[in-house]
Structure formats: C-alpha cells, structure tokens
Design a binder for this molecule. Structure first.
Ligand code: G4P
Length: 532
C-alpha cells in the first residue's frame, strides 16, 4: 500500500522549448517554488550559447553541467516531482528525444513573440508519436508579442494538437496587467519581480463582477469579457482525459523571469498531470504497480575524469521498487548485477539512495555494461520498446590514422555509440565506418574524446549523404532488386538492420517512387514490430 502511495505522488516530466524561449528560467522558478533552491540564478545555464564557436571547454562544461542537472527532483505540496532536463541545443536533439521516452508528460515553453519555432516542432513530433500529454506555457508576456488568439491558432496548426487556454492574458508588453484564471475564476495581477515569488491574486465571483473594471480599467475589462466569451464558444471545455491521451494541450500565459504565471502552471500541473505510467516491452505491457522491479536505460553519460572511464547510466524505474545492493537481471547481457552506489539527483546534489520507485530516475555507475535502451528486471526476460534512433543528417567517415591504435579506436567508437553520441553505420566493402549525427558538434565531441580518452588517432572525412533511412518491405523481390541497384548506398546499423544512405532528398523521393513496396523509415521505431 505504501508503495502505491509512492507511485501515485510522483510526477516525472520534461520541459521542452526552442533555445531561448525560457526553459532554463522556468525550470529555475519551478525549483524555487518547490523550495529546492533558495535564490534565482542557482540553476546553471546548461546551453551552449549560440554565439560560442564550438570549443571543447564549452562542450566539457556542457557535459559536466548536464550531469548535475540531468534530473532535478523536488517536493511540491504532496507531490514528488522529477524534472528531466533536455538539452536545448539542436545538435543534442537526439539526447532530448531519448529523454522524452522516460517522461510521463511535458511542459512546452514558447516565446510569445516567436511563437512556434523549428525546434519546438521537432520535439512535439516526438511527443505526438508517443501521445505524451503536453501543457503549453506561453512565456515572456511582459514583452510585446503575437496576439494570444493568433498564438493559439499557430499552435493548433503547426503542432497538430488541440489547445485549451486555462489562463488568459490581459494585455501584453508594457500593457500587460496579468492573467485571468479561467479554471478557477481569479485575477492574477502582474508585478515585475525577478527574485521573489510575489503575485497578487484577486478572487472574482464571475466575469461580470465590477471589481474587474475597477482593478484593470473599463476598456481592458470589456475586452477580457469579450475574449473569454469567444474562448468559451470556440474551444471545447477542458477535458482531462483528452489531455492525458495527448489530444488536447492546456495553455497558460506568463513570464517566467518575473515568476509570473508559474504557480498556476505548477498547481494545475500537480492536479492534472499523470502519475507514472506503464511501458510496453517486447512481450507485454508492464504497469508501475507491479511488485517486481523493472526499468530501462535512456541516457548514458561519460564521467568527466578521463582517467576513470566509468560512466553514469540513467535508468528510469518503470515498475516495482529498485533497491540498493540487490541483484537485478541485465536482460541483454543475461547477467546478474547489483549496485552499491545508485544515485538520485536532488536539485543539483547527487546522493546515494537506498530505494527508488516508478517514475524515479536512478544513476548507475557503469564500467561499460550498459547501452542506451537496456532493460533491467527482477529476472523476467523482456526488453522495453520505444527508444528509437532518428535518421541522422550529417555523415562523416571515420578514418584511422594509426594502424597500431586500431583496437583503441574500435573500442572508443563502440563505447561512444553505446552512449548515444552518434550512430554508426558500417559500409562494405572494407568495413568502412560512417558516423551519422544530427549536428556538427558531435563530431568534435567524438574526435576529442577518441583522442583524449582512448588514445586513438583518427580523422573525419565528409560524406555526401543527407539522410539515412531504415528499409523494410514485404516484397522480397523488390527489396532484393533495390539492394542490388543501390549497393553503394547501403550500410548496416548497430543492430544489423539495413540502412539506405540517400545523397539528396530528391534521390530519396526518386527511390520511393521507383520502389513503391519498400518503406523508408526515418526513425527506427518500426523495429518494434520486429521486422528486419
Ligand atoms: P532557454 O533555456 O530556453 O534557452 O532560455 P533561458 O531560460 O535561458 O532564457 C533565454 C532568455 O530569455 C534569457 O535572457 C532570460 O532571462 C529571458 N527570459 C526568460 N523568461 C523571460 C520572460 O518572462 N520575460 C523576458 N522579458 N525575458 C525572459 P538572456 O539575456 O539570454 O540571459 P540572462 O542574461 O537574462 O540570463
């Protein structure tokens, strides 16, 4: 019974945004409300500034900080909240995609002036694919931005999701007076304040209450009444089940840097967001309230000290209770393992824990046993599904410059691939190693780490591919023809699946036209069905 309460009170989520929309600021304010930090400015800005040329110190700093802030846990009211950090930099997008497999819901932050941006779209595609519940926070209302109704339309059209405002802004920029809370009918007045939690909340009996006119002025009050009327007639009433199924996203307006609108967001989040949910394995669905422990690794982080090549594997507990010094089964390796120092991440402090519950993330020190996607269980042979690889966009061939160091190079690149830094495709003849990433930065990280951590001597040579697609087909003859015709553009991925490396989007669409029975997959999610 106690375990059920532990599960029920947990909320594990991620904050996603296009860089600069305010993710770091909002995270910090949530921690402030939760009492996990005392002053603003305590959360390091874990992003590589756009202006920074990608230098290694910056990358190292990023790696260091992101371990510390990978998971931030805090208590708020009766809830145990785990925020999983998602790197904002687009070159680390795949890291973010994988982290999204370990959350139960997300808060999407958008900048009211920029609306839906590139990175927002990509991240939301992943959420839509997984039907992750989403709450939208429209940030920076203290600045002039797009009209609120236009923003709602933009969200619906570009993100393919229904929205439902739960608060509504009164003016914006210099004229921003606060928000009207449609959910509980109160007026929340704005006062710019970057360091303290302060907001004046006035309860309003109904929208016709004349207190509105006296506080915000006749004209804004009239406008607010009209707008709320439109909202009530155009948008369906908020339905929690539709939110939980990922069909409707409640929308809040505020200003994170001014602590404004954050409390409503957090309170509503606690009320409506899902407690830990089950996950599918290749044999069955596993629910959190099952007795036996199970979980999966969604992220692996190399330790900062190159002399100790140990790493931290981040495991999301899905079912049962994880206990320290208890033997569990590493399914892929078919091996029993126990952990003496499993770590939890409370705000920025790491501490050893004795037990963890569904929804929690445990850091496991690892000397090379884990790969991303690995399942640990109490003995059951099953593998969690759904940590897909995404089609990379930049390809370079890894060349060994020192034949005497080929062992080091081989080991190094395999371990970095296990960490999910990049994807490796092997091309024949000659076992050529094509490394694919979503961003240029990863090549610098890989090169630097291969040299400094593994003593390898190598270089990257650009390859002219623009997309890698996994191919499947029920038409064996067509598939065989394709493989014959495109032999120079085929490679195999880490699991030995065949991948087509297309030189241009045009050539990919030509191939799709010429071989209509072949499916070209841009994520490895298709493997869930087990076909090769
Ligand atoms: P990110 O993690 O999504 O990349 O964004 P971050 O929180 O770092 O915020 C990006 C910039 O936007 C920061 O300014 C931050 O202070 C500002 N910001 C966040 N919320 C608000 C808001 O509600 N209103 C306004 N006006 N600005 C906001 P910066 O100049 O890049 O950094 P800093 O020097 O202020 O830290």
């Amino acid at each position: 019974m106690r375990d059920l309460e532990q599960i029920e009170k947990r909320r594990t989520f991620g904050i996603i945004s296009h860089p600069d929309a305010g993710k770091t600021t909002l995270t910090e304010k949530l921690l402030l409300f939760g009492g996990a930090i005392q002053t603003a400015g305590a959360v390091k800005n874990n992003k590589i500034k756009k202006t920074a040329t990608s230098d290694f110190m910056e990358i190292e700093k990023q790696r260091g900080i992101s371990v510390a802030t990978s998971v931030m846990a805090f208590q708020y009211r009766d809830k145990q909240i785990n925020i999983l950090d998602t790197p904002g930099h687009k070159d680390f997008a795949e890291d973010t995609f994988r982290t999204l497999t370990a959350v139960d819901s997300v808060i999407l932050v958008i900048d009211c002036a920029n609306g839906v941006e590139e990175q927002t779209k990509r991240l939301m595609e992943v959420c839509r694919m997984r039907k992750t519940p989403v709450i939208v926070f429209v940030n920076k209302m203290d600045r002039d931005g797009k009209e609120a109704f236009d923003l709602l339309d933009e969200l619906e059209q570009t993100l393919d999701i229904h929205v439902r405002p739960l608060t509504w802004p009164i003016g914006m920029g210099d004229r921003f007076q606060g928000v009207y809370n449609i959910y509980n009918q109160s007026l929340n007045l704005f006062a710019a304040n970057k360091t303290k939690i302060a907001a004046e909340v006035v309860a309003v009996d109904s929208l016709s209450d004349t207190i509105l006119d006296s506080i915000i002025g006749d004209a804004p009050a009239k406008e607010l009444r009209e707008e709320i009327e439109i909202i009530e007639s155009v948008y369906d009433p908020f339905d929690r089940n539709k939110y939980l199924s990922g069909d409707i996203a409640p929308v809040f307006f505020g200003s994170a840097v001014n602590n404004f609108g954050v409390r409503e967001l957090l309170d509503t989040f606690c009320e409506i967001s899902p407690s830990p949910i089950g996950r599918d394995t290749d044999v069955r669905r596993v629910e959190p309230d099952e007795n036996n422990f199970s979980g999966f690794v969604f992220k692996i982080h190399a330790n900062l000290d190159p002399k100790h090549r140990d790493r931290i594997a981040f495991l999301r507990v899905v079912s049962g209770k994880f206990e320290r010094n208890t033997f569990y089964h590493h399914v892929r390796l078919n091996k029993k393992m126990k952990f003496a120092n499993p770590t939890s991440f409370l705000a920025q402090d790491k501490s050893v824990i004795d037990e963890a519950y569904p929804g929690d993330v445990v850091g496991l020190y690892d000397t090379g046993n884990f790969k991303i996607g690995d399942t640990m269980s109490s003995g059951e042979i099953m593998a969690y599904k759904g940590i897909p690889s995404f089609s990379p966009e930049i390809f370079q061939e890894l060349e060994n410059l020192d034949p005497l160091k080929s062992k080091q190079l081989e080991k190094g690149i395999r371990q970095l691939i296990d960490e999910g830094v990049a994807q490796l495709f092997i091309q024949q003849p000659g076992n050529r190693k094509i490394v694919g990433t979503v961003g240029q930065l990863q090549f610098e990280v890989i090169n630097y780490r291969l040299i400094h951590e593994y003593g390898a001597n190598c270089r990257f040579v650009h390859r002219n591919f623009s997309k890698a697609c996994w191919i499947t087909s029920e038409n064996a003859e067509q598939l065989a023809n394709f493989k014959r015709a495109k032999a120079n553009y085929l490679a195999t991925d880490k699991d030995n699946y065949t991948v087509f490396l297309a030189e241009t989007p045009f050539l990919l669409s030509m191939a799709e036209q010429d071989y209509p029975d072949i499916v070209f997959h841009t994520t490895s999610e298709f493997m869930l069905s087990g076909n090769k």
